[in-house]
Design a protein around this ligand. Sequence first.
Ligand code: 3NM
Length: 207
Amino acid sequence: MKRLEDCLLYGILDMGYVQPADVARVASQMIEGGVDIIQLRAKKFSTVDVQWLAEQIHPVTSDAGVPFVVNDYPDVAGAVRAEGVHLGQDDMPLEKARGLAGYRTVIGKSTHSIAQAMAAAGDDTDYIGFGPLYATPTKPEYPPIGIDEVRTVHEMIKKPIFCIGGIKLENLQKVLEAGAKRVVIVSGILQAKDMTAYCRKVKGMLG
Ligand code: 3NM
């Protein structure tokens, strides 16, 4: 299984963009393109359905040695033995999530400011999401924070930081020049005509 420190490109199977029947196929196309870690994000789905989706995805990621992270449902992560859980600012406390998911599970947390990132880094997190850098229809209710603080957050925090929000092939170079090392790309990948080729191009620019 790939180590978190070696993960540069983070893909999300966001069910706002993917049909339930397609999750395994999309996961394998992402992996073929070099995505290092994959999250399932199924915001309005029932626990039973999230578990079904996770059961479709996890064998594909496991075969490839790609860590699989479940957004918001630590009990599902535990049930399918996913490698990770991702929590937002308003989700349950980290210790509770770790208890539900199992103590071997990686935990990531979304942060939207330097202060939140510092707080999350001080907690028992394994990685941090930092964004949204740019406005994004994938998470429309959050104001963009821009790229000016990307370098500072990397100087202050030594845990892996994944920059997120409105990142696409077109602005990736700028994001990297601003100090990002790892990125999450959602709609850019999921709306690409050829997801594998898109991921390969992104991957070629990282690391
Ligand atoms: N979390 P896209 S931004 C899921 O800032 C998510 O915490 C964010 O999608 C955060 O690549 C975001 O399509 C959406 O912009 C990222």
